[in-house]
Design a protein around this ligand. Structure first.
Ligand code: ZN
Length: 469
């Protein structure tokens, strides 16, 4: 069967349906009893389900947060997981983000790449299979979420009530196949000391970072100091030696020390320069009040160069998934408020995070530190040589000349919701990644090609039973 030719016959209709979906401003909004994440996401969900009904497939809504379109019969279920909510448009657009336009064969609209275009591609693969009237040996479901960009309330609600597919993929990332994702945790190391702060140099406040999963690009220390000029001299020398930039600001009674770093995603802390860690490095080498000294000695033992988790005894390595990574995304110190390190740690398969964090909690008590606010998403992994990964990769390689092997990442994709699921497209190796950006775009050719790949993969799995041993 020439899947590419078949998909091309559907191109105009597919673009029309996609434009309808893109026209809905499905940003998370005010919660209402019948629209828990707002009217926009719900409208986009209902729109998708109406396509399924129009085309003669079974549909179901779950709590107005998620839903599915189902095709075929049989015991086994294959799942495709996409989402129709989008992040806010932001500024800098050349066109109206919710009035899709096609210019030079490229579609421009918020959500066209993340994740409405890929979701429509997967939908059309199902619709075409339905129209072909080939007998399917199992069921396939397009599961549609409406809260992927925020709290994943959609998939939480959905899988409380609905069955977990045997296998599946999420068209919400890139080709060929992402078959593993590190465990993602965050926790606070809270400093609880009643030591008094006094002396020639007193640290009043320290602020760095807003989010666990970002490397902070600036840090500020507010200090009361007797000899400000001497402090400035040391600070300037430090900046020069460390090849950093910063500012020294004299206020009425205090001074502010500011260090500039470089932002990066929390899964790749070494690609950035953590301004907070650098500024603490300076405070550690000057003589400072006793309370700050305690805070800094904890930093020295557990935080300073801890990019691989070694200082937490959480350094671990997996052959395919790589090493533990640590990002100290938030640092706060306050003489009168909460002082803590907000840590984002990502770990590969094989590490027992619960045991490790329990051990760490006991160990750091001696430093007047309490571990709080622990969240843990366990690693997600599907064998690289599993039939699922193989079928999807082979199908992709039928259409694209690309030696890239299936790979694993430190970030998280929607696929981790599926027990045996991987991320599969729809960005290609040379695709410009415009997700969450102004002028989000997807070439029409890529939409057609992704649909073709999904169609052939579904044909192999549902008709030729490629996953049945
Ligand atoms: Zn997405």
């Amino acid at each position: 069967m020439d899947f590419n030719e078949i998909v091309n016959q559907y191109k105009d209709k597919m673009l029309e349906d996609l434009k309808g979906l893109l026209s809905i401003e499905s940003v998370r909004g005010e919660s209402k009893p019948d629209a828990p994440v707002g009217d926009g996401p719900k409208e986009a969900l209902m729109y998708m389900l109406s396509l399924g009904e129009r085309d003669g497939m079974d549909t179901k809504v779950v709590d107005n947060l998620a839903g599915h379109i189902e095709l075929g019969s049989g015991e086994d279920l294959f799942g495709i997981l996409g989402h129709v909510d989008v992040v806010p448009a932001g500024t800098g657009w050349d066109t109206d983000p919710y009035e899709p336009v096609i210019k030079d064969d490229v579609i421009y609209a918020r959500g066209v790449q993340d994740d409405k275009g890929p979701t429509i591609a997967a939908y059309y693969a199902m619709k075409i299979l339905n129209d072909l009237k080939v007998p399917l040996k199992q069921r396939v479901r397009l599961i549609i979420g409406t809260d992927e960009e925020s709290d994943w309330l959609c998939t939480d609600a959905y899988f409380k009530k609905e069955e977990m597919p045997n296998f599946g993929f999420a068209p919400d990332a890139e080709f060929p196949v992402i078959h593993g994702e590190k465990g993602i945790t965050s926790f606070d190391l809270v400093f609880e000391s009643d030591t008094k702060a006094y002396g020639d140099v007193v640290l009043n406040r320290f602020t760095s970072g807003e989010r666990y999963n970002m490397v902070p690009e600036s840090a500020t220390a507010n200090i009361t100091v007797d000899d400000a000029d001497k402090l400035k001299q040391s600070f300037d020398a430090f900046l020069e030696e460390m090849k950093l930039t910063g500012d020294f600001i004299k206020n009425e009674d205090t001074v502010d020390l500011i260090v500039h770093g470089k932002s990066a995603h929390g899964s790749t802390p070494l690609e950035g320069k953590n301004a907070g860690l650098e500024l603490l490095r300076f405070l550690k080498i000057i003589s400072i009040d006793q309370r700050a000294f305690e805070f800094l000695s904890f930093y020295d033992h557990y935080i300073r160069d801890n990019f691989d988790g070694q200082q937490f005894k959480m350094d671990f390595k997996h052959e395919e998934m790589g090493e533990t990574s640590v990002n100290t995304g938030i640092i706060r110190y306050d003489l009168n408020g909460k002082s803590y390190f907000g840590v984002n740690l990502r770990y590969p398969l094989g590490m027992d995070f619960k045991a490790a964090i329990d051990k760490l909690s006991k160990e750091v008590e001696a430093h007047k530190i309490a571990v709080e606010n622990i969240s843990d998403q366990v690693p997600h992994y599907v064998e690289k040589n599993s039939p699922l990964v193989k079928v999807l990769t082979d199908t992709y390689k039928n259409y694209v000349e690309d030696d890239t092997e299936p790979f694993t990442i430190g970030g998280g994709t929607y696929a981790r919701v599926l027990e045996n699921g991987v991320a599969y497209g729809a960005m290609f190796k040379d695709t410009k990644d415009t997700m969450h950006q102004a002028n989000e775009q997807m070439p029409v050719d890529e939409l057609v090609l992704a649909t073709t790949i999904y169609l052939e993969a579904l044909h192999k799995i549902l008709v030729e039973e490629a996953l049945v041993e």
